[in-house]
Design a protein around this ligand. Structure first.
Ligand code: DC
Length: 446
């Protein structure tokens, strides 16, 4: 989700359109949506003020945006909404609560599926404050006035620069000082002054910033010094005792959210998998462990987070979701409790739910030998050879309107199948870092 805020004439619309094209994203031009409503209000003659009459006029209107074209009740109004009169009325119309209450939810709904560029002066502050990348484009009043003049001249309505400058200054004042969704720089937004830049230069800079964001570690991915320090002796010890070997480590994406799903037959599994992974892993462990003095603090410091074993655990699910939202790597054991060496049991529904709802990359992991090295019921570990195999990444995409529970079950089953294939030695192609397979979990469940 990308938002572009900024004052009139800063180049938002053009930059957003070209950016969306370059990324293959959907453009949501919010200003144009407001302009379409304003055009309808103008045509109807309904006065621009909060009133039952205005509400009644707005309620049945339908605005749609497709391939950069805006339609109002089915009529293409893309050009009609570009006049100075419409701009002026829009500036007034957008100060009304009834108007924003109609349009904001519509914009959020359009943005919800992601892969979107929202453009307009409250997209990063009000419509999508949680957008991944937020921009704030500015330009000097003079530069903006010159652009508007050129735009109007191209449309066959030449206007004096001084007139446009004072109009723009007035709109700035109105947009900045209005009570509802005033023009503001969104917190965390990347600011870019476009006064002396061409459209291509602006878009290039936006693309660089987006690429940079993709590669930047999120809060959950940042290394804790404690985890990093503990990893060194832990790995040395596990090498010594278990001759730990890792296969297919390249399947763990270097950046971005990733869900590692593994079989579970030993308490050693989290440190074994964490030890051979280049990423810092957060993992879910049963809540009772956190109550053990010192040990509880230790595993918390090593990024374990509590989960209840019986029934659904909304708290653990929230934690898990947050780790993925913060672009971290999360390790879960879909089977829940530990089983016997070599045994792969059905997954609990939680892992499937997490995979489908987060859309994160899922890496199947098979740990061989840990159930011999330290099985359930033994007080101490014993030397045994352990191999950790990472499989080709999977991704589960939900289909809109499909039966969600069925989707989660299918995703859970598929990930356990992938782990079984690793156990059975079917790891062909793992070393090549091939593109991940995308599984669409469909309505029919096939
Ligand atoms: O960006 P634009 O010129 O097409 O916007 C038209 C008007 O709508 C302008 O006065 C600002 C207002 N607007 C708004 O209030 N909120 C938005 N998200 C987008 C535009």
């Amino acid at each position: 989700m990308i938002t572009i805020d900024g004052p009139a004439g800063a180049g938002k619309s053009t930059a957003a359109r070209v950016l969306a094209e370059r990324l293959g994203y959907t453009l949501i031009p919010t200003g144009a949506m407001y302009r379409a409503l304003a055009l309808s209000v103008m045509r109807s003659g309904v006065p621009v003020r909060e009133s039952a009459e205005l509400l009644a006029h707005l309620a049945p209107l339908s605005i749609a945006v497709k391939a950069g074209r805006v339609s109002l009740d089915g009529e293409d109004v893309t050009e009609a909404i570009r006049s100075r009169e419409v701009a002026q009325v829009t500036s007034n119309v957008t100060t009304l609560a009834a108007v924003r209450a109609k349009v904001t939810p519509l914009q959020r709904q359009l943005a919800a599926k992601g892969g979107v560029v929202l453009e307009g002066r409250d997209t990063g502050t009000v419509v999508c404050p949680h957008a991944e990348v937020k921009f704030y484009l500015t330009a000097s009043l003079e530069a903006r006035a010159r652009r508007r003049q050129a735009e109007l001249a191209a449309a066959g309505t030449p206007v004096a620069l001084a007139e446009i400058t004072s109009e723009l200054a007035a709109r700035d004042r109105q947009d900045e000082t209005r009570e509802l969704s005033p023009l503001r720089r969104p917190p965390g937004a990347i600011e870019l002054d476009t006064s002396d830049l061409t459209v291509d230069q602006v878009v290039e800079r936006l693309l660089v910033a987006i690429e940079h964001h993709k590669n930047a570690p999120g809060p959950a991915a940042r290394w804790s010094w404690f985890y990093a320090a503990m990893k060194i002796p832990a790995v040395a010890l596990m090498r010594l005792l278990f001759r730990v070997e890792a296969i297919g480590r390249e399947h763990i994406p270097e950046h971005g959210p990733v869900l590692l799903v593994a079989n579970h037959s030993s308490v050693l599994d989290p440190p074994l998998i964490g030890g051979v992974s280049d990423r810092q892993l957060t993992y879910l462990a049963k809540a009772e462990l956190f109550e053990i003095p010192l040990f509880g603090a230790l595993i918390h410091g090593l990024k374990a987070r509590p989960t209840r074993r019986e029934g659904a655990d909304p708290g653990a699910l929230r934690t898990a979701r947050r780790v993925l939202e913060e672009r971290g790597a999360l390790l879960v054991f879909p089977e829940g409790t530990r089983g016997d060496e070599g045994d792969i049991r059905p997954a609990k529904p939680g892992a499937g739910l997490l995979a489908v709802s987060s859309g994160a990359t899922v890496v199947p992991v098979y740990v061989r030998g840990s159930g011999r090295a330290w099985p359930r019921g033994r007080r101490l570990p014993r030397p045994a050879k352990v191999t950790v195999t990472f499989g080709k990444p999977l991704r589960f995409e939900a289909e809109r309107g499909a039966d969600r529970k069925a989707q989660y079950e299918i995703a859970s089953r598929e990930m356990m199948d992938a782990i079984s294939r690793l156990r059975d030695g079917m790891i062909a192609g793992t070393a090549q870092g091939r593109p991940e397979s995308v599984r669409v979990v469909g309505r029919s469940g096939k």
